[in-house]
Design a protein around this ligand. Structure first.
Ligand code: HEM
Ligand code: HEM
Length: 185
């Protein structure tokens, strides 16, 4: 198995990190919307802490992805891809990386400013580094809400582009990212 990316293929590490984080994030956003509708209860607190814990796991995975991207750069797009499409793809991909780092950081500081603890998977309480502040908490709550929708929109554009490459352009962009996709040398 090839771990690193090569000039025409994604390696196993990038593919694993891409699909594992994709599944987590696709579940995480609707979960965030849904948990807000729960009545105030211990169950609600439990679901909020699960959201916070998984959000921190996503942050670690995204930071690992960015680090791995430096160690093993992605294959360039095929020559058939137009310049404007390359610019659009980079904008969406860098936008996703930036938003997926910002969103959990905003979530963590929002929890601290609200005065609620972050109990990581019900086992370890992460120390609160700032004191409660309602103005900051309200502001960060709005930022977290808007970033959630921003990430959802970027994902829709990203998936549509991947499907367009596969079904309309019939190039290998999607196949080379699929877990068992094979690109011949
Ligand atoms: C990439 C990671 C994350 C994503 C995509 C995400 C997404 C969301 C979404 C879509 C909501 C619902 C927003 C609303 O309806 O107001 C939400 C709510 C929330 N999230 Fe996250 N979240 C992430 C990480 C985190 C982290 C790491 C924490 C804290 C440690 C956190 C804390 C919260 C809290 C406290 C709420 C409720 C906000 C409120 O009621 O004002 N989130 N999140
Ligand atoms: C939450 C969901 C997702 C996120 C956050 C995400 C994020 C990303 C990012 C940041 C990259 C750039 C990788 C690099 O550094 O070069 C990428 C590449 C890619 N993603 Fe996703 N992705 C998601 C879901 C999907 C899905 C569902 C598909 C397929 C339908 C997909 C197909 C691809 C493909 C084909 C590439 C390679 C593009 C290229 O070679 O230029 N992604 N993804």
């Amino acid at each position: 198995m090839q771990l690193k990316n090569s000039p025409d293929k994604y390696g196993a590490v990038t593919k694993f990190l891409h699909w594992f984080t994709a599944i987590l994030i696709i579940g995480h956003i609707p979960f965030g919307w849904w948990m807000g509708t729960l009545p105030v209860s211990l169950e609600k607190v439990w679901h909020y802490n699960l959201h916070k814990s998984l959000g921190i796991v996503i942050l670690v995975l995204v930071l690992l992805r960015i680090l791995w991207r430096y160690i093993s750069p992605p294959p360039p797009p095929p020559n058939t891809v137009k310049n404007i499409e390359k610019i659009a793809a980079h904008t969406v991909q860098y936008g996703l990386y930036a938003a997926l780092v910002a969103q959990p950081v905003v979530g963590i500081i929002h929890s601290w400013a609200s005065g609620y603890p972050i109990v990581f998977f019900n086992s370890y309480t992460i120390p609160n580094l700032i004191s409660s502040n309602k103005t900051i908490a309200d502001w960060l709550s709005t930022t977290h809400f808007l970033l959630g929708w921003g990430i959802a929109a970027l994902i829709v554009v990203h998936i549509s582009a991947a499907l367009k490459h596969h079904y309309l352009d019939k190039d290998l962009i999607l196949v080379r990212m699929l877990p068992f996709g094979r690109v011949r040398n």
